[in-house]
Ligand binder design. Structure first.
Ligand code: ARG
Length: 462
């Protein structure tokens, strides 16, 4: 980079003294917002194209500015750009460099705009593409889950409520629950785009501008859908930041729930799944250990994303309209949350590809805890004209009998069953079969094999 002759801040005509070294140290954000260089250059190019079309700047100046901006972009990509903390942020760093490359005409680039609208425009474009990236990664997870589900339609496991054995389910049905969950996350991210598609550029500092600008032109050029309506609201608004942080939080909460479930199932007490050596770590003292550290990492990281959401809510709370320096921290928070979630999604995908269900243990556990008791109650209603509450009582007595005799439900014989309910015939014994039980849940959304297959096919198509 050429020697900087003009190494003053832009406001040095008015503010004579250099700011305190302490403020120079903490007040700049260049190390964080340099991530926005691409968006900032694209926004400036669209802006000067518009200024030219509106006859606010000449053809020559427009071309000079665009030439300079393209050169700056190449310098940044080649890591030849010198960032200077004195110029605070990415916007001023680029503008300062533009002066060095094309001289005084660089001064036209900031006509009819402020950093206040510039920064949100950059940021909205950045969040827009990050949102699309997250959605693509979620698609990868969904694909992985669909593959595992296809192989586990007939893998029977106990379904839990209160972490107590409840009713038998297909392992694929459990996995497909997470397809619904991650698909909903995608929808949540996509819904945020409606506000993100409103173009802030042209509202300037807070009041709009007296120049005859065309906000519809930059809207189209930068891939927005419409210009924002109110200039004051626009520079003060960080709802799109909250929406993003909230969506990241919810998605990482889901990842955390799945991680916790896998940690429980991988624990020695449950032993329902095995993690491959690729996704476990050892202990520094206990040679036998294989720990699910990565799952714990996923569970813990949700705490970081929630914290970021709360940081932003707190920054905004009580902040009058419109721009304040307080808002500058929005970028660090969003970048961190975005990075955290992206890591978590990748790690979860890796774990999903590196675990296997312990089918034997799943079946064994599904055979305990009188798991088919509800099936028996349903049978009584359907076959012996009993109201459900009565059938519930009869079944509870049968469970008590099994408990007393230290038998499982399917180990009771018809004579024993008839002592409690004389109407029962041998036909009832089928309800204690786990596969029969799972497959009988044919109501829409239930765990029957056919339902699962249909859902897998539906999601594979989309
Ligand atoms: N780096 C600043 C931020 O992100 C840009 C806006 C500066 N505007 C101002 N009026 N100081 O908030």
């Amino acid at each position: 980079m050429a020697k900087n002759k003009n190494n003053q801040t832009v406001w040095n005509t008015r503010i004579k003294k250099d700011s305190s070294s302490l403020f120079q140290k903490v007040g700049n954000s260049i190390d964080i917002d340099k991530k926005l260089y691409k968006e900032d250059i694209a926004v400036s190019i669209a802006h000067v194209e518009m200024l030219f079309r509106q006859k606010i700047i000449s053809f020559k100046i427009k071309n000079k500015i665009i030439y300079g901006l393209n050169k700056i972009e190449r310098e940044i990509i080649k890591k030849k750009f010198e960032y200077n903390k004195k110029y605070e942020d990415i916007h001023m760093n680029i503008e300062k460099r533009l002066f060095q490359i094309i001289g005084e005409d660089a001064g036209y680039v900031h006509t009819a705009r402020s950093r206040n609208d510039q920064v949100i425009t950059d940021f909205k474009i950045w969040i827009r593409s990050s949102t699309n990236e997250i959605n693509k990664s979620l698609d990868k997870i969904i694909k992985t889950i669909l593959k595992i589900s296809e192989k586990n339609i007939y893998t029977i496991m106990p379904g839990f409520t209160h972490l107590k054995i409840a009713q038998p389910i297909s392992f694929a049905h459990y996995l497909m629950a997470y397809v619904e969950i991650f698909n909903r996350d995608k929808k949540r991210f996509t819904n945020n785009l409606e506000n993100i598609y409103e173009n802030p550029l042209g509202v300037a500092a807070l009041a709009g501008t007296s120049f005859n600008i065309d906000r519809n032109f930059t809207t189209k050029k930068l891939g927005f859908k419409k210009p924002t309506n109110n200039s004051i609201d626009t520079v003060a608004d960080r709802d799109f930041v909250l929406d993003f942080l909230y969506s990241v939080s919810v998605c990482s909460l889901h990842i955390s729930r799945m991680a916790e479930e896998f940690i429980i199932w991988n624990s020695d007490g449950f032993n329902l799944i095995n993690l491959s050596d690729r996704v476990v770590t050892g202990s520094s003292i206990m040679p036998q250990k294989k720990n699910p550290d990565l799952l714990e990492y996923l569970r813990g990281k949700s705490g970081i994303t929630f914290g970021n959401l709360f940081s932003m809510l707190t920054i905004l709370k009580g902040l009058p309209l419109s721009y304040f320096k307080d808002l500058q921290d929005d970028k660090e928070i969003v970048f961190k949350s975005n990075e955290t979630l992206n890591n978590c999604i990748k790690i979860l995908n890796e774990i999903l590809k590196n675990f296997s269900p312990n089918k034997q243990k799943m079946l064994e556990l599904a055979n305990t805890g009188y798991i088919t008791a509800t099936d028996l109650a349903d049978y009584l209603v359907k076959n012996h004209e009993m109201p459900f509450r009565k059938a519930y009582q009869v079944t509870a007595s049968i469970v008590n009998l099994a408990e007393k005799k230290k038998k499982k439900l399917h180990e009771l014989n018809i004579i024993e069953l008839n002592k409690i309910e004389p109407k029962l015939t041998k036909d009832v014994l089928k309800v204690f079969d786990l596969k029969y039980s799972v497959n009988s849940k044919k109501s829409f959304g239930g765990t029957s094999f056919d339902n699962i297959k249909k859902m897998i096919t539906k999601y594979k198509k989309t």
